[in-house]
Structure formats: structure tokens, C-alpha cells
Design a protein around this ligand. Structure first.
Ligand code: AMP
Length: 284
């Protein structure tokens, strides 16, 4: 294993400082249990900059009470191998939450309206936790660019806004969702699914495709497009958390959908909550 691993914030800051002397630095923040989606971000980062720092930290502050913080998959050895194979230069993997939230920690980053609907409404405090940890990683690394997946599209927008609002001077770059052959968006949480649930989990992709078909037929009413998605999700036997058409820039609800409007989906397959989203006008 050649990829260097640092576990303290101090060493991470120093490694980034040294890397920036040689050129640009790209950052890929993750919660580990790495998969092809993360690998695509690391590869894109390696195209963008000579040095790529991947961070692996299951951030407690973005989990709500009763969510899956304790059971979230942790796969350190496999993660380091995937980082190396995808082109990471070094990895920051704090060993305890206290490395990022030491005793006395009390300062939080509160996002604005972009963090209110969708997952913001269903997971109170989630984006505050996300913004705070990402702000800390931005401050430690002073990276030139950071790569995030469109799989978590609302998160991408919230972080892009935060980077502007707090003058980080870091370019926040979004990358397309990587999917399994049957359309399921790859996620660390897919490991929770049993065989039967894994089959049903394609419901989100099917609902997105159903809404896209309806859009291609000429439907522009957001409520009607959402209804098509809801019916498709219900037919697959998953419990809907939300199915909403939103503007891709401000996440407001459009009065009329256009090709760039996005459908946002969250649904429970058994106990596992999955999310997905996509442009209505995208090719099917
Ligand atoms: P996570 O480890 O789930 O916090 O995700 C770390 C980063 O990987 C985030 O920017 C996610 O949006 C991104 N990501 C997760 N799943 C995918 C996927 N299937 N395709 C592309 N990016 C992804």
C-alpha cells in the first residue's frame, strides 16, 4: 500500500500544505465504505490536480437520533486500496470523532434556504452537520477544488453556496451519479439491503424513468410528474419519503417543469432509506 494515511488534523493540514507547494490540490470528502461512485470522484480529482486528498470520516453530527450512525459500514483496508487504485495521493482518516470535534467544540456552520426542503426537512440538522465538517476540511486542506457527487444533489448545492458565502476560494465540482447496471444509484447504504430489498431498490430509478417518460410525452405540471413517480414507487412496494420536482439552481418548486428541472426522490426499502435524483429532460 503506497497511499499515505494521516489520522490527525494537524498532520492533514501539514500534508496539504506541503502538497500545495508542488501545484494544485483536489479534495474528495467521503464517509468511507468506498464504491464506484467515490472512485469516480477520486479519478476526476486526479485528472484535475497532481495531488488528491481523500478524507474518510463518518461524521456523527450529520446523523439524526435513530439514524444509522452506529451501523454505518466501515471498511478501512478496502477503502485504502480503492483510494490508491483510483489515484489518491494521501488519505485523512481520523480514528475518533474527537479528532474533529474535540472537547469544547461549539462552532457550527448554519446553511440557508437551499438546506430547507427535501432532506433538510426530513433530516433536521443534517446539512448543518455536513456544512460544519466540510468547512473544517476546507479550512484544514485549503484545497483548490473539491469533488462531490450529484447523487447527493442538494448537498452539492449547499456546499457550493457555503464555499462562496464563506470565501473558501475552493471550486466545488459536481460529478454525475454512478449507477449499477439496473439503474440503482450506488451507495454505501445499499449494503444494508437483503436480496429481496436489493431488487425492490430499483424502484427509485424506475420512478425517475417513469417521470422522464411522462415529461417526454409533454407533461409539464410538477404535481402530475410527481404523481407518476409516486405511483411507480408505490407499485414497487417501497415507502415514499418524498417525490418532488424542483429547480436545479435554487431548489424552489417550479410552476412549470422544464428539461433542467430535477425530480428528487427518497424512499424506504425495508428500513433502509435511499435517495436519488435526476433531470427530467435527461435521455432515458
Ligand atoms: P458519502 O461517503 O456517501 O458521504 O459520499 C461521499 C461523496 O461521494 C459525496 O460527494 C457523494 O455525493 C458521492 N457519491 C456517493 N454515491 C455516489 C454515486 N453513486 N455516484 C457519484 N457520487 C457518489
Amino acid at each position: 500500500m503506497n497511499v499515505a494515511v494521516v489520522t490527525s488534523a494537524h498532520d492533514f493540514r501539514r500534508a496539504c500544505q506541503e502538497a500545495r507547494v508542488d501545484g494544485e490540490l483536489a479534495l474528495v470528502p467521503t464517509m468511507g465504505s468506498l464504491h464506484a461512485g467515490h472512485e469516480s470522484l477520486i479519478k476526476a480529482a486526479a485528472q484535475w490536480a497532481p495531488t488528491v486528498a481523500v478524507t474518510i470520516f463518518v461524521n456523527p453530527s450529520q446523523f439524526g437520533p435513530g439514524e444509522d450512525l452506529a451501523s454505518y459500514p466501515r471498511e478501512r483496508a478496502g477503502d485504502l486500496r480503492k483510494c490508491e487504485e483510483s489515484g489518491a495521493t494521501f488519505v485523512f482518516a481520523p480514528e475518533t470523532p474527537a479528532e474533529m470535534y474535540p472537547p469544547g467544540f461549539q462552532t457550527w456552520v448554519e446553511p440557508g434556504p437551499l438546506a430547507r426542503p427535501l432532506c433538510g426537512e426530513r433530516r433536521p440538522g443534517h446539512f448543518r452537520g455536513v456544512c460544519t465538517i466540510v468547512a473544517k476540511l476546507f479550512a484544514l486542506s485549503r484545497a483548490d477544488a473539491a469533488f462531490f457527487g450529484e447523487k447527493d444533489y442538494q448537498q452539492l448545492l449547499v456546499i457550493q453556496r457555503m464555499a462562496l458565502d464563506l470565501n473558501f476560494g475552493i471550486e466545488v465540482i459536481g460529478r454525475p451519479t454512478v449507477r449499477e447496471a439496473d439503474g440503482l444509484a450506488i451507495s454505501s447504504r445499499n449494503s444494508y439491503l437483503n436480496r429481496e430489498e436489493r431488487q425492490r431498490a430499483t424502484a427509485l430509478w424506475k420512478a425517475l424513468q417513469a417521470a422522464r417518460r411522462k415529461f417526454a410525452e409533454g407533461e409539464r405540471d410538477p404535481a402530475s410528474l410527481e404523481e407518476v413517480a409516486r405511483q411507480s414507487l408505490e407499485a414497487e412496494g417501497v415507502r415514499i419519503d418524498y417525490a418532488e420536482v424542483r429547480d436545479p439552481v435554487d431548489l424552489e418548486r417550479p410552476s412549470r417543469a422544464d428539461a433542467t428541472s430535477r425530480l428528487f426522490l427518497a424512499a424506504f426499502v425495508g428500513k433502509t432509506r435511499l435517495i436519488d435524483n435526476g433531470e427530467l429532460g435527461a435521455p432515458r
